[in-house]
Design a protein around this ligand. Structure first.
Ligand SMILES: Nc1nc2c(c(=O)[nH]1)N[C@H]1C(S)=C(S)[C@@H](COP(=O)(O)OP(=O)(O)OC[C@H]3O[C@@H](n4cnc5c(=O)[nH]c(N)nc54)[C@H](O)[C@@H]3O)O[C@H]1N2
Ligand SMILES: Nc1nc2c(c(=O)[nH]1)N[C@H]1C(S)=C(S)[C@@H](COP(=O)(O)OP(=O)(O)OC[C@H]3O[C@@H](n4cnc5c(=O)[nH]c(N)nc54)[C@H](O)[C@@H]3O)O[C@H]1N2
Ligand SMILES: [Mo]
Length: 690
């Protein structure tokens, strides 16, 4: 009889809605199997293809296993020992601090992995004397801020509660690719007779299940929402008792949408009037209604206002605080450890302390880096991020990194950003250091367990910081509670310390599987406590005006880069470039694996046949997608499912794989929250050989 392989509970720490719980089997130090973990009610089906591909990723021959130094003046790297790498970093850190001060170093951290230990980086930079770092975020802050202003807090009903909905509106969310486990609950709801509407400029895998697909012109969802509000009010579909008790500013809101007729919204959004009536009728007569709002329509310069306008539809119909109802956007109930719960965490703090200068907008990374003075930037440290492919305006980002004297990138693979580095440090994977993680869709706290030693000479980031701090002359006392010592026991102690305030969260319990966050509400806002200034759901927000210089009401504003602006720019570049996420990657991760490449190894452009015909483009032709900011060359895929006037390439492709879409995007902040308005992006397309 052979011994069963050891099985461990762990959780996927990628920046993804699902944050799956899983069980993994280890044999001879190798990851053999990834299985579902039944204790997570949100992800009982287990990991997606990406999750299964960890068996390849962890042991990939392409992983960086030791420090690599660029050979001077070339694109090549050579292996160097750790003490040489540490010496090289420390000598640069000391010299730069002497010459210009610690704020000449940029610390850039992306969203490559979740975990409490990520905070160790900033503790190191404070010990060093400070640094310059970013505010804002590439992902979701416009929606977080719109939600905070309206409801007071970012939380929603438990994922499985969606099965209780009678109407589900998937608004700018492609859950069938980006939150596949949510589709299990969509199906359950549909089986019990629920209706599903999808709002997206293209037909998606999610919309295959829908009875109604509404395809607005990109960035015009706000207009659509305001006209639906107009109809709900005109047709008497307002929940008056709810509004009287829990909503601030209904009368002003009603007055402001009285002009917003379906005809006006149809003109702006290019959605037929009949569709607007059908959606308003469904919303007014079907309850409970859940709006599952994705991140698609909050990547525009008007996104905060758009999200507030959509939220208003739930408020006036009384669809908040009840089973099967509500605003499913971000459920931060598991963010119990730190300020992450609060979207204010993305704001540049007035006084961050510790010599930290928070002056670079993530959305404007390249331009702000180049413009930084007093002191200017000399060095950058990048970890968990791939800003060359993922941040707007790739050309400027490259220029800014190339203008520095010394660049360190910590990653598992030689990404486009790592290729720009002078020194690349190998990063651990999720299986090689324990950490505690929350999620943003389900309410579980999880232990991402260490199940194997790092391969080669890989050291977790916390250990690298420890070594650097020691070499800079700091002692254990100065590091205590901030930078853990190397080794599993010290990490366990560090995590135990973080868990101590929560009786339910013992490390032993977490080792078994996911644990519901203490104090979590299965039905969010069922107590009708809204932590806004008025204690009510705010349709009128004085803070929106004060903080963001926005209208107090969710009014419609045309996006900055709109084909309707009639500018010379919009005539020359008439197509909206949408760059959403895709099933088999998480942004710029996973596509370097053979298992993932089997499902499509090259980027392609989705193009409506009408737009293709006008440009003499056939299916499969190589086309140039371009504007004044840059260009990429990809194969065209003709598709009637994408709205005419829109084209689409998924984000995350490396330059070495055929080009990042961000060569074409422009660094621009959203109206609220300091997000990145990626989709505010016009291009033209032509045959590449023309
Ligand atoms: N045009 C366009 N661009 C976009 C978007 C869009 O919609 N359109 N979406 C944006 C969004 S929503 C997001 S969230 C961002 C994501 O962009 P990023 O935050 O840059 O995230 P990823 O590409 O997922 O991962 C970055 C790197 O982290 C590395 N990594 C993983 N685990 C670890 C670890 O433990 N340690 C270290 N040191 N590194 C690790 C990975 O190998 C990867 O190279 O992209 C944004 N970019
Ligand atoms: N497989 C996979 N899952 C992921 C990720 C991943 O990279 N891969 N990333 C994770 C992260 S960090 C994020 S941010 C989420 C994002 O996942 P989602 O919330 O699904 O957001 P996106 O993929 O950005 O866009 C969703 C849809 O919005 C549509 N859209 C674009 N513009 C508009 C518009 O103006 N109006 C409307 N109504 N729709 C519009 C796009 O066509 C797209 O189908 O996914 C998470 N989950
Ligand atoms: Mo994201």
């Amino acid at each position: 009889m052979c011994n069963p392989m050891p099985v461990y509970s762990t959780a996927c720490p990628r920046n993804c809605y699902s944050t799956c719980s899983m069980r993994v089997e280890i044999e001879d130090g190798r990851l053999r199997r990834v299985e579902p973990h039944p204790d997570n009610r949100a992800t009982p089906e287990g990991a997606c293809l990406k999750g299964l591909s960890y068996v390849e990723r962890v042991h990939s021959p392409d992983r960086i296993l030791h420090p690599l130094r660029r050979k001077a003046g070339t694109a090549e790297f050579e292996r160097i020992p750790w003490d040489e790498a540490i010496d090289l970093i420390v000598s640069n850190l000391m010299r730069i601090k002497d010459e210009l001060g610690p704020q000449s170093v940029l610390y850039y951290a992306g969203s490559g992995t979740k975990g409490l230990l990520n905070a160790v980086g900033m503790e190191f930079w404070k010990l060093y004397g400070g640094c310059t770092t970013t505010y804002g975020d590439l992902c979701w802050p416009a929606g977080l801020e719109a939600t905070r202003l309206t409801l007071g807090e970012n939380k929603h009903n438990a994922p499985w509660d969606l099965a209780n909905a009678k109407l589900i509106v998937m608004w700018g969310k492609n859950a069938a690719e980006t939150n596949i486990h949510q589709m299990v609950f969509v199906d359950e709801a549909l089986d019990s007779g629920a209706r599903l509407v999808v709002i997206d400029p293209r037909r998606t895998q999610t919309s295959e299940r829908a009875e109604l697909l509404i395809q607005p012109r990109p960035g015009t969802d706000g207009a659509l929402a305001l006209s639906i509000a107009h109809l709900l009010i005109a047709n008497g579909h307002v929940d008056r008792p709810f509004v009287e008790r829990h909503v601030l500013g209904f009368e002003e809101f009603a007055a402001s949408v009285s002009e917003f007729t379906p005809a006006k919204a149809a003109e702006i959004s290019d959605v037929p009037v009949d569709y607007i009536h059908r959606l308003a009728q469904l919303m007014g007569t079907t309850s409970p209604m859940t709006v599952s709002a994705g991140f698609g329509m909050q990547r525009y310069t008007n996104s905060g206002q758009t999200m507030r306008a959509i939220l208003a539809l739930l408020a006036i119909t009384g669809n908040i605080g009840k089973p099967g109802a509500g605003w499913v956007y971000a459920n931060l109930q598991s963010h119990i450890f730190d300020a992450v719960k609060d979207p204010l965490a993305f704001y540049p703090p007035e006084n961050p302390g510790g010599g930290i200068r928070v002056s670079i907008s993530t959305a404007l990374l390249g331009r702000h880096m180049l413009a930084t003075r007093d002191p200017p930037l000399r060095m950058a440290w990048v970890e968990r991020g791939n800003p060359v492919t993922q941040n707007p305006e790739t050309r400027t980002v490259l220029e800014a990194f190339r203008a520095l004297e010394f660049r360190v990138v910590v990653d598992q693979f030689l990404t486009d950003t790592a290729r720009e580095a002078d020194l690349v440090l190998p990063a651990k994977t999720m299986f090689e250091q324990s950490d505690v993680i929350g999620a943003y869709w389900h309410p579980y706290i999880q232990l991402k367990q260490k199940v194997m030693d790092p391969p080669g000479e890989v050291k977790p980031e916390s250990e690298v910081y420890y070594l650097l701090a020691r070499r800079l002359g700091f002692d254990e006392r100065e590091m205590a509670g901030r930078i853990p010592e190397p080794g599993d026991e010290a990490i366990e102690r560090f995590l135990k310390g973080k868990l101590e305030p929560f009786a339910e969260l013992s490390p032993d319990r977490l080792r078994e599987g996911p644990v519901l966050a203490p104090g979590h509400q299965e039905v969010a806002f069922s107590d009708y406590l809204f932590p806004t200034p008025s204690g009510k759901i705010e349709l009128v927000s004085a803070e929106a005006a004060r903080r963001w210089n926005a209208h107090q009401l969710p009014v419609y504003v045309e996006p900055d880069e709109s084909a309707r602006r009639g500018s010379r720019e919009s005539e020359e570049f008439p197509l909206y470039l949408l760059t959403p996420n895709t099933k088999n990657r998480i942004h710029s991760q996973f596509n370097n694996l053979k298992m993932i490449q089997l499902f499509g190894d090259k980027p392609f452009l989705l193009l409506n046949p009408r737009d293709a015909r006008e440009r003499n483009i056939d299916d499969g032709d190589v086309v140039k997608v371009f504007n004044r900011r840059g260009a990429i060359r990809v194969a065209a895929r003709l598709d009637n499912g994408i709205k005419a006037g829109c084209v689409l390439v998924t984000n995350g492709w490396w330059i070495t794989e055929g080009g990042t879409v961000n060569f074409c995007s422009y660094g621009r902040e959203t109206d609220m929250g300091y997000g990145a308005a990626f989709h505010d992006n016009l291009v033209e397309v032509k045959l590449a050989n023309e």
